[in-house]
Design a protein around this ligand. Sequence first.
Ligand SMILES: NC(=O)c1ccc[n+]([C@@H]2O[C@H](COP(=O)([O-])OP(=O)(O)OC[C@H]3O[C@@H](n4cnc5c(N)ncnc54)[C@H](OP(=O)(O)O)[C@@H]3O)[C@@H](O)[C@H]2O)c1
Length: 258
Amino acid sequence: MTTRRAVVTGASSGIGEAAVRALRAGGWDVVGVARRADRLEALDAEVGSVSFAADLTSPADVDALAEHLSSTGDVHALVHVAGGARGTDRVEDGVAEDWRWMFEVNVLSAQRVTAAVLPLLRSSIAEGGHADTLFVTSTAAQTAYPGGSGYNAAKAGESMLARALRLELNGEPIRVTEIAPGMVFTEEFTLNRLGGDRAAAEKVYEGVADPLTAGDVADVIAYALNAPGHVNLDLVTMRPVAQSAQHLLARGPLRPRL
Ligand SMILES: NC(=O)c1ccc[n+]([C@@H]2O[C@H](COP(=O)([O-])OP(=O)(O)OC[C@H]3O[C@@H](n4cnc5c(N)ncnc54)[C@H](OP(=O)(O)O)[C@@H]3O)[C@@H](O)[C@H]2O)c1
């Protein structure tokens, strides 16, 4: 069997970077995509991925990515991880610029990159084979919380995009997987959400026994892509044990009640 090639967006940090590592360790060729070329190149040097720097909010950059991909070989999987949150404002205080950014990066970029890569996925499917699309959304797509507003709305939008896509692709051997993580400790996500306020970002995770790691999510991404081609993991919701629900987070060590 020929080596399979995946495109991973959001590859310069956190979950996307971990997905690149996990897929490379599993023998995939990987094209990592994000804006920060220096971080992508350092990862390439370490794990043997081949990066392409692109701003997914730019149609021209996404066209250039598609051009690059089509001239460098087959594409068997799109793993769309790029995204993020800005702010924790209530609906009534929502900052239009933050909402616009969240819709651009989580929803419109997902549509743009899917539309660009789908023809390449189709033309790369060998006789009897299959291809993958995978979206990392969030439990914020499933349950609203005070101050979640713009991020809740954007991630729910991305989740609906994945669900509609699965229906539209019925009859084709192309899987659509959604992975919805709860609390994941990554270096930049909460820091960016809170405008670089490190103390506030640390407070979010304070006392929580083992939030998910980027590697935990990457393991599930790799599992979904490596599962037999007829098996579609529609939706995987994953949380740390300490977070029973969006509103129910245990802080402090977890202990059996004896
Ligand atoms: N951390 C959590 O608790 C958590 C929980 C559930 C879901 N998620 C979701 O998981 C995904 C990854 O989260 P993370 O924690 O790994 O966050 P992260 O470390 O902040 O990673 C975000 C990635 O998206 C890329 N990105 C942002 N804007 C982009 C743009 N315009 N064009 C191209 N790439 C762009 C960033 O790269 P550049 O800045 O280099 O462009 C970065 O690689 C996000 O979709 C997030 O919503 C996170």
